[in-house]
Design a protein around this ligand. Structure first.
Ligand code: 5AD
Ligand code: FES
Length: 358
């Protein structure tokens, strides 16, 4: 074992902050033994705070129109093959009602950047969901809508906002996005969301085109400094109708290693084992949980639109009904010694659940 990286791993496990250059060393020089040590330490932290409970979020993909043209994304505006849709407010409310019946207490409204989902429409929708299900959290994942919109939707009752930073490196950001999109705006949006009062989710893809270990070290350092409430990471997966169609997918092992590191960097963070992880490997989500993740986000969208919300190729769960995915995930989590709970799944403060010895 490389002694430098072993020392860094120990400092991280002991709760010390590391420098960006130290994260780079850890990413570059960790061998299988050290990675396993870090994985076990991450699971221990996760168990100390969240026991064996897995939080579940019901994902409602409200529409796939998008004004942006991110090079990696299957619903980018230039993709003329995308079959565009928008759910109506009644359809969205129906999904939430069905989700509530199935035990979901968080609904994530996700979609492209689409002015047709006006603040007034969304605010009405959010307040209606909260009226019908006051014990639920509403999470938004609708891109860079701007401060005024973020404020209006927060006032309507939204609790959380997911906006992956995508990469913490300005140079890498330019390689993933057209010039109309700016790294500075992205980061500023995250700061505004936090200032307003949202629980904020950042995140990035693993193995995206042109990503280097130095970029990933920047991501880890950013997570350490910004301390988001949530962090969505999953492997990049190519979509056939995008400029990145011919790039390889990110690796399961790399994603799992990063999940462990993020758990150690921010022990109380909400960390999903994403659908993309389940897409690159049949037991990807289980392996994500066993690396330190504590959230799963099955789909509650109507089966009729699921194939249309195609950010990448071969996405799983596009043919299953919501109840089937819920049962499937219950079984999968049970099989590895974890259990999905009916709970809003808010972030816990460190040590709130003292189950470290489970
Ligand atoms: N592969 C994996 N993840 C993707 N996303 C978008 N396109 C892809 C892809 N091809 C992720 C982005 C975005 C989130 C909603 O989905 O990180 O923020
Ligand atoms: Fe959807 Fe397994 S979670 S089928």
């Amino acid at each position: 074992m490389n002694t430098d990286s072993a020392l860094l791993a120990k400092r991280l496990i002991d709760g010390e902050k590391l420098k960006e250059s130290e994260y780079l060393l850890l990413l570059s020089a960790s061998d299988a033994e050290l990675k396993e040590q870090l994985r076990q330490a991450a699971v221990k932290q996760r168990r100390r705070i969240y026991g064996n409970e897995v939080f579940v979020r019901g994902l409602i993909e409200i529409g796939n129109h998008c004004k942006n043209d991110c090079y990696y994304c299957g619903i980018r505006k230039s993709n003329k093959n995308a079959d565009r849709y928008r759910l109506t407010p009644d359809e969205i409310l129906f999904c939430a009602d069905e989700g509530y019946r199935l035990g979901f207490r968080t609904f994530v409204l996700q979609g492209g950047e689409d002015a047709a989902f006006s603040d007034a429409l969304l605010a009405g929708l959010i307040s209606e969901i909260k009226l019908r299900h006051p014990d639920c959290a509403v999470t938004l994942s609708l891109g860079e809508r701007g401060e005024e919109s973020f404020r209006a939707l927060y006032a309507a009752g939204a609790d959380r906002y997911l906006l992956r930073h995508e990469t913490a490196s300005p140079d890498h950001y330019k390689k993933l996005h057209p010039p109309a999109l700016s790294f500075a705006n992205r980061m500023e949006s995250l700061r505004i969301l936090r200032k307003i009062g949202y629980a904020v989710g950042a995140g990035f893809m693993v193995g995206s085109p042109f990503q280097t270990k130095a970029d990933l070290a920047k991501d880890l350092f950013f997570i350490q400094e910004f301390r988001p409430d949530m962090c969505g990471i999953g492997p990049f997966i190519p979509h056939k109708d995008t400029p990145f169609a011919d790039f390889p997918a990110g690796a399961l092992e790399d994603t799992c290693f990063l999940l462990s590191l993020i758990r150690l960097i921010v022990p109380e963070i909400l960390l999903p084992a994403t659908t993309a992880l389940g897409t690159v490997h049949p037991t990807g989500r289980e392996q994500g949980i066993l690396s330190g993740a504590n959230v799963v986000m099955p789909n509650l969208s109507p089966v009729s639109v699921r194939k249309k919300y195609s950010l990448y190729d071969n996405k799983i769960c596009t043919g299953e009904e919501s109840a089937e995915c819920r049962d499937c995930l219950n079984q999968r989590m049970q099989a590895i010694g974890y259990k999905i709970v009916t709970d809003r799944g808010d972030k816990r403060t460190k040590g709130a659940n003292n189950n470290g010895n489970l």
